[in-house]
Every structure is written in structure tokens, then in C-alpha cells.
Ligand binder design. Structure first.
Ligand code: ZN
Length: 338
């Protein structure tokens, strides 16, 4: 009961990529880079185990960007044809690559990573993939002519990938869908259908991570426009509760999401974010326990998993380690109190 896990990314060691920077370029290349990614992954497995994290992940040490890390292995995309696009409903404007033909995987994307990680831990292993709607919000379309159609095409690729990772021993696959709180109407209309297709036939646990983003300036500015209560999820939780996904990950630490909205997810496990990723202040175990207990007013302990709000990647490495420990210790406190 009250297992612990993390939402996704962890910082890269300074010898692997520039620290405290989101999507920092690699500092190594060639064979040294590949060795560095593996070494960094081992460090984070050990840190998670030492911190008492039950469902561990490789911390996304093999990829720079959570969407492009997948798209780089997909045919049908022209990386030289950049299109200026306002993504997450114009929260950021970026030059994105363009889909110019039917998409297909060049081959397995993350299998080698999982083959490496799996034998190194006896804990349950979690793996994160971008969700189909978020992919479509991170790439321009000059082929499909319809976002839902493009999302379904990507969902098929994600499904094939997820099935391979499951066969290699992954216990939990999480689809990251930060686009879900920027496009609530579209989420209900077709985003959840695309997510169902991405998880179709999987027997392992499946989760969706929705969030208000890393603690970068664009997100901080955007959050200030959302008012005193963030009720966006109210529109999408009924659809998510009817989806085939087992678990929903959301931020509860220093968040303005009313915890009562969790009550709309009565058929799902809830990954309760009890670690703020937008602050270098390390939570005390008591604070983590209090966040979990507040959430458990609306979700049974049997359906609660203690988690981070989002990825820890942009934080200093030592702060991230301390936050992992606070998460493990806080969950242990909350467990004891039950
Ligand atoms: Zn997130």
C-alpha cells in the first residue's frame, strides 16, 4: 500500500550534460556518450533504491527531450523542414519539425535501454513515453490534414513500442500528456481515444501523466493566468475515468488543483505528486506525508501511489536526491499512520 514512484526525468550528471538546464545538449559523444548514459542510469537506480522508491525508472538519462527522443526514431518526419508553432495552446513558440509522410518506427526505440536497465534492479520498473496528443502538439503536420488522424497514427507506433517494452519486463508504462490541460475539449473529443489506442492490449500497469509543466518561466507566467483554483481537470477527468488507463499522475504539492477533483477518478489509481519540481526547497517527510494524507481524503490508500509532481530534470542533482529521500520517507510516515 502507498507505493512510491517518480513522474519521470531526473537530472543528468554534470559530466553527461550541462546541469540545471532543461533539454541540455550532451557533453560526450560517440561510444563515450553511450557509456555515460548507462553509467548515469545506474547512479539513479541506486539513488532511487536507497531513497525507498518502490517503482523505479531510468530517469530518462538516454534522451534529451521527452518527445523528440521518440520522434528521432520515426520515419515520415522532415527535421529540416521547421515550422514555427505555438505549442501548448501558444504557451511557447518553437520551431518544430514537420510530418511530411505516413509515420512509422525505424525500429524499436527504447528496447536497448530497457534491456540494459531491467537486470540491474529487482524493483518494479517504470518507463515513460510521450502521449499521442502531446506529440501532435510538438510537431507540425503537412501530411495528415487532421490532428486526430495524426494522433491515431502516432498512437499505433506508441502501442507497438509499449508492447515491446512490456515484453522486456517493464512493469508500468506512463504516457506523458501535458497537452491534456491545454486542450481540454480536444482531450475529450479524441485525446483519450488516442491514449486508449496507445495502451491497447497491454497487461502491465499504464499511467497518464498530466501536469502544469516544469518550473520554467513560461509555465510560471502561464500559471499566474489560471486563477486561484486550477479546475481544468474537471473537464477531462470524467473521460479519463472512463478510459482504459489504470493510473493518473497529477501534481498535488504546492498546486492550485483542488484535491476534491481527485474524486472524479474513482476507478483509477492516483499518482499523487507530493514533491514540488518548481522549487529547490526540499520538502520534509512530514510535508510529503501531509500532502498524501490530504489527497487520501478523496482516494483510498489502496489506490494511492506517492509520486513527484513532474520530472526533476532541471533541478540540481543534490536537491533531486534529497527530494527522492523526502518522498520515500514521507510515504513511509503516511503508511505508518494508516
Ligand atoms: Zn509533468
Amino acid at each position: 500500500m502507498l507505493e512510491t514512484t517518480i513522474a519521470g526525468s531526473l537530472p543528468k550528471p554534470a559530466w553527461l550534460a550541462e546541469p540545471e538546464r532543461l533539454w541540455a545538449p550532451w557533453r560526450l559523444e560517440g561510444a563515450e556518450l553511450e557509456e555515460g548514459k548507462r553509467d548515469a542510469t545506474l547512479i539513479w537506480l541506486k539513488e532511487q533504491e536507497d531513497a525507498g522508491i518502490d517503482i523505479v525508472s531510468g530517469g530518462e538519462q538516454f534522451r534529451i527531450h521527452f518527445v523528440h527522443g521518440f520522434l528521432e526514431h520515426v520515419d515520415g518526419i522532415d527535421w529540416d523542414k521547421k515550422t514555427k508553432m505555438g505549442i501548448r495552446d501558444n504557451r511557447y513558440t518553437v520551431d518544430v519539425p514537420t510530418v511530411t509522410g505516413p509515420v512509422s518506427r525505424k525500429g524499436p526505440v527504447h528496447s536497448d535501454e530497457v534491456r540494459f536497465v531491467r537486470p540491474h534492479t529487482d524493483k518494479k520498473l517504470k518507463f515513460t513515453l510521450p502521449g499521442p496528443m502531446t506529440i501532435c502538439d510538438t510537431i507540425a503536420d503537412a501530411h495528415y490534414g487532421s490532428r486526430p488522424d495524426m494522433a491515431m497514427a502516432f498512437a499505433e507506433l506508441l502501442n507497438a513500442e509499449a508492447k515491446e517494452l512490456e515484453a522486456l519486463g517493464v512493469d508500468s508504462i506512463q504516457f506523458d500528456e501535458p497537452a491534456f490541460n491545454a486542450f481540454m475539449k480536444e482531450t475529450v473529443e479524441w485525446g483519450v481515444d488516442a491514449l486508449n489506442l496507445a495502451r491497447k492490449g497491454l497487461k502491465c500497469k499504464t499511467a497518464v501523466h498530466i501536469c502544469y509543466g516544469y518550473g520554467i518561466q513560461e509555465n510560471i507566467d502561464w500559471k499566474q493566468t489560471l486563477g486561484a483554483e486550477w479546475r481544468q481537470y474537471e473537464e477531462i477527468f470524467p473521460s479519463l475515468n472512463n478510459s482504459d488507463i489504470d493510473q493518473v499522475s497529477l501534481e498535488c504539492a504546492n498546486s492550485k488543483v483542488p484535491l476534491s477533483l481527485i474524486g472524479l477518478l474513482k476507478d483509477k489509481d492516483v499518482l499523487v505528486g507530493a514533491i514540488d519540481v518548481a522549487s529547490t526547497n526540499v520538502e520534509t517527510p512530514e510535508q510529503v506525508a501531509a500532502t498524501l494524507q490530504a489527497a487520501m481524503e478523496f482516494v483510498d490508500p489502496e489506490r494511492t501511489v506517492a509520486c513527484t509532481n513532474c520530472g526533476l530534470a532541471p533541478l540540481p542533482r543534490d536537491v533531486s536526491v534529497d527530494k527522492l529521500r523526502a518522498l520515500g520517507a514521507g510515504a513511509a510516515l503516511a503508511r505508518k499512520a494508516l
